[in-house]
Design a protein around this ligand. Structure first.
Ligand code: GTP
Ligand code: MG
Length: 310
């Protein structure tokens, strides 16, 4: 049986192996994705973002438990856009989560080497989880800038988590986090100042555009599980709302074009580089750019138009 078939049968080890292929962007990853793609796009994908330590993993753990109890198959991806060294905390989370049994599959994705690696690996990892039968996927990422704004583009619903006393989070809001939130959670509501933070958030949100969906601001105590049911309800309401309102662009509509563009870019770049190399043109063009004899756009146009390649 091929790896793709094994995943479709729910083989956890096959899923783990395929996730490694995707994470490392190996050529075999393309084959597996091709095999399973027809079985993807079915899960509710929920992004959970926020500053370090606000309680994202605790919340993910609780939400996973809640949705499992509802009979769902849950996949969890912890996406680490910046630091390859925070594996310790993620591993701890993983041990906690897998204790819940085979209804949950948890995986952390680390950025490998090149920029944009996670942006490539994340949608494919989601697809693999969907192919393995997960119908609810929780995507945790640390909120620090553009990379998780990109990653959250793969979620149906994005939850932004803050803690009482906005302070440091104002930075995150500047980076566009406020715009991507579909649901806001003030976690650690057992701490003083939760009410005020909720008021401040609602105030900030009221300045935003009037959309059919107004992001709710919910309080939670993830540690004890308080507020989890309301968050789960908001996730499902948001999904219904996007389905009801054609003007709210759904994930699949946004994604399809992005996937195609990215795949096309990969393909065209690889072809152009191969052609230039075959014509012994590549090194000299790189050298021209290095010596500032040609600017990159000019050199790229030459390549794209096939100048001097015959
Ligand atoms: N007081 C209080 N502490 C909480 C609550 N929820 C989580 N915590 C604690 O906050 C700490 C950080 O929780 P995590 O769930 O690891 O936070 P995180 O956002 O995933 O952290 P990173 O992944 O490192 O960014 C842990 O010690 C949790 O036990 C809560 O509702 N109240
Ligand atoms: Mg975490």
């Amino acid at each position: 049986m091929s790896l793709g078939e094994q995943i479709l049968q729910g083989d956890r080890r096959a899923l783990a192996r395929a996730l490694t292929l995707v994470e490392n962007d190996l050529p075999q990853a393309d084959e597996v994705i091709r095999e399973v793609f027809g079985h993807t796009g079915r899960a509710i994908v929920v992004g959970i973002t926020g500053a370090p330590g606000v309680g994202k993993s605790t919340l993910v753990d609780r939400l996973a438990g809640y949705f499992l109890a509802q009979g769902r198959q849950v996949g969890i991806l912890a996406v680490d856009p910046s630091s390859p060294f925070s594996g310790g905390a993620l591993l701890g989370d993983r041990v906690r989560m897998e204790g819940r049994g085979s209804g949950v599959f948890m995986r952390s994705l680390a950025a490998r080497g090149h920029l944009g690696g996670l942006a490539r690996a994340t949608p494919r990892a989601i697809q693999l989880l969907e192919a393995a039968g997960k119908d609810l996927i929780l995507l945790e990422t640390v909120g620090a800038g553009q990379s998780e704004v990109d990653v959250m583009g793969y979620a149906d619903t994005t939850i932004v988590v803050v803690v009482p006393g906005l302070g440091d989070d104002v930075q995150a809001f500047k980076a566009g986090i406020l715009e991507i939130g579909d649901v806001f959670v003030v976690n650690k509501a057992d701490r003083p100042g939760a009410d005020q933070t909720m008021r401040e958030l609602r105030q900030m949100l009221s300045l935003g555009p009037r959309l059919p969906w107004q992001p709710p601001v919910l309080a939670a105590k993830a540690q004890t599980g308080e507020g989890i049911e309301e968050i789960a309800a908001a996730i499902l309401q948001h999904k219904e709302s996007t389905e009801r309102n054609p003007e709210m662009l759904q994930r699949h509509a946004r994604e399809a074009e992005r996937f195609l563009r990215e795949a096309l870019a990969d393909r065209l770049v690889a072809d152009a580089v191969a052609r230039a190399k075959a014509a012994d043109k590549w090194e000299s063009l790189v050298d021209d750019v290095a010596r500032r004899r040609k600017d990159p756009a000019w050199a790229a146009r030459e390549l794209a138009e096939g100048e001097g390649l015959q």
